[in-house]
Write a protein of this length. Structure first.
Lengths: 118, 220
């Protein structure tokens, strides 16, 4: 990663300059791809497993459909039904993304940082 | 223990809000919580702080409108600060777009009003006005989503021009509440209203019953 300044950073990936907000979210969500998400995670030291990918895709679909990130309650419900993990809970989500499940999933899904305080 | 809550969602009329809060604060601790456009009260010099009154702006609403911190005595907090106190308050007044509304337990004329048991249970969020622009639309939805995130015993009633929230493509955010069964939503309207979001439709008597059953009604 290079080209850092006080406002945004630039990630060079796949021959493109990807501009990132200071908090690491894409400036242009249209530049998102799963390959880019994998690279962002690698740079953040985050290993993405199957459940991580399920959540990233779910958060992205939710945003596109409803215009907001999902509530954790909704993610847990969907995770139980989609993946068969009956024991899924908010704790499961925090194990996946310890720094904040929804915010981190949004970041790797190429979405803006969630605005709401809850 | 907070005896009185003033939920402010409009910057005006500041005089009325100030007088109501000052009067209520004589009887016990009070919370003045500003949400949406109501956060402008913090910069309108309409409330200078007084003993027993906690002045709070919704952090998300504030961040949308201002970069710096709110001036003292105001502080930022999430909607949790409001919801945590709603069911323990003796009275809630909502200063919004319409005539200001009193909700929550019945309030007597004197200090004995504090702690009067609620006649019903749970929170009813009544959305009675059409959105006044994109921020207002977003902030009404955020208010309800916060209640859902906290798994409150809450229901949402759309009435009057508030039914506009459920119309057109902009209504899609509300649909998550239905699709994920997060809160019970209803609209006070005739059956043939053709809402974009499949919520329960109530006639006037049923809507009054919802209001009567609630321990606290917050009108947005």
């Amino acid at each position: 990663m290079d080209g850092e300044n006080s406002c945004t950073r630039v990630l060079h990936f796949g021959g493109e300059a990807i501009e990132l907000e200071p908090d690491g979210h894409l400036v242009d969500p249209g530049q998102w791809s799963e390959a880019l998400a994998a690279e962002m995670a690698r740079l953040a030291g985050q290993e993405l497993g199957e459940l991580h990918w399920w959540m990233i895709r779910f958060v992205r679909r939710h945003w596109l459909e409803y215009g907001t990130p999902p509530l954790m309650r909704a993610v847990v419900t969907a995770m139980r039904s989609d993946t068969g993990r009956e024991d899924a809970s908010s704790r499961t989500l925090y194990r996946l993304f310890p720094e904040g499940p929804i915010r981190e999933a949004c970041r790797f899904a190429g979405l803006p940082r969630p605005e709401a305080c809850i | 223990m907070i005896d009185y809550i003033a939920l402010v969602r409009t910057a005006a009329p500041a005089e009325e809000i100030r007088d109501a809060v000052a009067a209520a604060a004589r009887f016990g601790p009070a919370l003045l919580f500003a949400h949406g456009d109501g956060v402008e009260l913090a910069v309108a010099d309409a409330f200078d702080g007084r003993d027993g009154v906690e002045a709070v702006v919704c952090s998300t609403s504030w961040r949308r409108r201002h970069a710096a911190d709110p001036p003292p005595p105001w502080r930022r907090a999430s909607l949790v600060a409001l919801f945590e106190r709603l069911d323990r308050s003796g009275r809630v007044d909502c200063f919004g777009r319409g005539p200001w509304l009193c909700a929550g337990p019945a309030v007597g004329a004197g200090p004995e009003r504090a702690g009067v048991p609620a006649p019903g249970r749970g929170l009813l969020i009544e959305i009675a006005f059409a959105p006044d622009g994109p921020d207002d639309r977003t902030e009404a939805l955020e208010f309800v989503l916060a209640a859902a995130a906290l798994e409150l015993d809450a229901r949402v009633l759309f009435s009057g021009s508030g039914r506009v929230h459920l119309a057109g493509a902009d209504a899609r955010g509300w649909r998550q509440l239905v699709d994920f069964d997060l809160l019970e939503l209803a609209a006070e309207c005739p059956r043939e209203s053709g809402l974009a979001i499949p919520v329960r439709q109530l006639d006037g008597a049923a809507a009054r019953q919802w209001r009567g059953d609630a321990g606290c009604v917050v009108s947005l």
